[in-house]
Write a protein that binds this ligand. Structure first.
Ligand SMILES: [Zn+2]
Ligand SMILES: [Zn+2]
Length: 295
């Protein structure tokens, strides 16, 4: 039986997040879906895996609650999540700053993948990667600003500190599946930036609908696949820290007290016991061998 993984979000007014979360949990359990769903008064953000028919039912049910919701669909071999979690939060993507106008009423202009492909070749644009540093290190649009940030919450401060690089330009924002740019571009408009655009459906949709031009490296996704080439032609741009071979195998040092993020090819991961140093190799606080980086 074919399996699928779905990635979706929709900003919309949700009058009763808790009731919707309860209903979603029940439905996903009945359908045998796994994954993570976040619901807030501002909308829904989810990614789930399951048999194709179950995914279809899930999409139809969500379509009834959120008209116009779009899904990114990948064929997979089996589940890409170990469990199911449905949570109610204050935000479906946490920026930590309340917006005066809800995202579903005002956000940056959406560019289709084809429009984006044209736009990134213009001279007067600045590309802004809306993801965290390890994601943009593994893959990004060439020439983009890659903020060295570990959390989406840090973006507003970084943008204000780099205002002169962005002001007066056409700003093109992109992220994995589009949700972070919805909020980031909404906030930037609120802050007085005038021309803010966002890649609709993010890198995931761009890779499905274009040849992926302008993007180099791998795309970090939110399920157990962790890294996916946006198109079959894309390959890693990063290198193993031990042997220098091309690799996008991002792991955390097995010493949980170190936890250093690093790229190790599978051979060196084995050889080093996934430790960054002898010190870490001999530390008492080694994690379980299969506990890799979670995106
Ligand atoms: Zn290596
Ligand atoms: Zn270490």
């Amino acid at each position: 039986m074919p399996y699928r993984v779905l990635l979706y979000y929709q900003f919309a007014e949700v009058p009763a997040p808790k009731a919707l979360a309860d209903a979603q949990l029940l439905q996903c359990q009945e359908l045998g879906l796994r994954g993570r769903i976040i619901i807030a008064s501002e909308g829904i953000n989810g990614t789930v895996s399951g048999p194709a028919a179950a995914c279809q039912s899930h999409m139809e049910a969500l379509g009834a609650v959120f008209p116009g919701i779009e899904f990114k669909i990948d064929e997979v071999e089996g589940h890409t999540f170990k469990g199911l979690s449905v949570k109610v939060r204050d935000e479906i993507i946490t920026m930590g700053i309340p917006l005066g106008t809800p995202v579903h009423q005002k956000t940056g202009r959406h560019l289709s993948p084809e429009e984006w492909r044209e736009a990134i070749q213009q001279d007067d644009v600045v590309l802004l990667d809306g993801r965290n540093d390890y994601e943009s290190e593994l893959g990004h649009f060439e020439g983009a600003l890659l903020p060295p940030l570990e959390s989406f919450r840090d973006f507003p401060a970084w943008i204000l500190a780099h205002r002169e690089q962005l002001e007066g330009k056409r700003i093109l924002t992109y992220c994995t599946g589009g949700i972070r740019c919805e909020k980031l571009s909404a906030w930037m408009l609120q802050e007085g930036f005038e021309e803010v655009y966002q890649l609709d459906g993010g890198i995931v949709r761009y890779g499905k609908e274009t040849d992926g031009a302008g993007f180099v490296g791998m795309n970090v996704v939110f399920d157990d696949r962790v890294l996916v080439p946006p198109t079959p032609a894309h390959e890693p741009i990063t290198h193993c820290r031990e042997c220098g071979a091309k690799s996008a195998n991002y792991v955390n040092c097995a010493n949980v007290l170190c936890n250093r993020r690093m790229i190790l090819c599978p051979g060196c991961e084995e050889f080093t016991s996934r430790c960054c140093s002898d010190e870490c190799r001999n530390a008492p606080s080694l994690r379980e061998k299969n506990a890799k980086l979670r995106a």
